[in-house]
Design a protein around this ligand. Structure first.
Ligand SMILES: Cc1cc2nc3c(=O)[nH]c(=O)nc-3n(C[C@H](O)[C@H](O)[C@H](O)COP(=O)(O)OP(=O)(O)OC[C@H]3O[C@@H](n4cnc5c(N)ncnc54)[C@H](O)[C@@H]3O)c2cc1C
Length: 171
C-alpha cells in the first residue's frame, strides 16, 4: 500500500469515477498536493457496474453543460494522459410519442445547439431514414444527438487516476 501523506490540501474519499475525476481536475488546476483514499480498489463501487452510457441530453442547462464537457474530455483524455480507452460516439435518436415530449425535446435541442452540440429535431420520416427499422405510426417526432455514446467506466477512471498521479496527486 502506498505511504499515506500526513497532510494534504484536499482528501477525497472513494476511488470511483467521481473521486478520480475530482482528483484529476484539482491537479489540473495546480492543486497537486491532494490525496484520494480508496478502501478497496479503484472502480470497486458503482463505477464497476455502470453500463457506460455517455448522454448529453438533459433539460437542465448545468447538467447538459457538464455532460457536454465530459464528452469533450473523454475524446482527448486517452491521448492526454497516455492511457488508451474505449470511447465511442455513436449518436442517438430519442423518440417522442406526444406533443409535450416534443416540446421538451425542442427546449433541450435549443439548449444543446447553444452549447455547441449539434442536436437536431427530426420528423418521424427523418428518424426512420436514419434508422430504417423504426415504427413511426405513433410518433410525433424525434431528437437526434450526435454526441451520445458509451465509454468503459473502469478505463476512464484509471485514465483519470493516471493523469492525476502523473501530475503529483496521491492515491
Ligand atoms: C447497474 C448500473 C448501471 C449504470 N449505468 C450508468 C450509465 O450507463 N451511465 C452513467 O453515467 N452512470 C451509470 N450508472 C451510475 C454510475 O455508475 C454512478 O453514478 C457512478 O459510478 C458513481 O461514481 P462514484 O465515484 O460517485 O461512486 P462509486 O463508483 O460507488 O465509488 C465510491 C468508492 O468509494 C469507496 N469507499 C466507500 N466508502 C469508503 C471509505 N469509508 N473509505 C474509502 N473508500 C470508500 C468504494 O470502495 C468505492 O470504490 C450506473 C450504475 C449502476 C449501478
Amino acid at each position: 500500500m502506498a505511504e499515506i501523506p500526513t497532510s494534504a490540501r484536499v482528501v477525497i474519499i472513494g476511488g470511483g469515477v467521481v473521486g478520480a475525476s475530482s482528483l484529476y481536475h484539482l491537479a489540473k488546476k495546480g492543486w497537486t498536493d491532494c490525496v484520494l483514499l480508496e478502501k478497496n480498489e479503484l472502480t470497486a463501487g458503482s463505477t464497476w457496474h455502470a453500463a457506460g452510457n455517455v448522454p448529453t441530453f438533459s433539460t437542465s442547462w448545468a447538467i447538459m453543460n457538464m455532460q457536454r464537457y465530459s464528452t469533450e474530455l473523454y475524446s482527448r483524455l486517452g491521448d492526454e494522459v497516455d492511457y488508451p480507452m474505449n470511447y465511442h460516439q455513436t449518436g442517438s435518436i430519442r423518440l417522442a410519442h406526444s406533443k409535450e415530449r416534443m416540446q421538451e425535446f425542442q427546449r433541450a435541442c435549443a439548449m444543446g445547439r447553444y452549447q455547441g452540440i449539434g442536436m437536431e429535431m427530426l420528423t418521424p420520416e427523418e428518424a426512420q431514414a436514419r434508422y430504417p427499422f423504426l415504427e413511426t405510426h405513433d410518433l410525433e417526432g424525434a431528437l437526434f444527438d450526435p454526441s451520445d455514446g458509451d465509454i468503459d467506466p473502469a478505463q476512464v477512471t484509471q485514465a483519470l487516476a493516471k493523469g492525476a498521479r502523473d501530475m503529483g496527486a496521491k492515491i
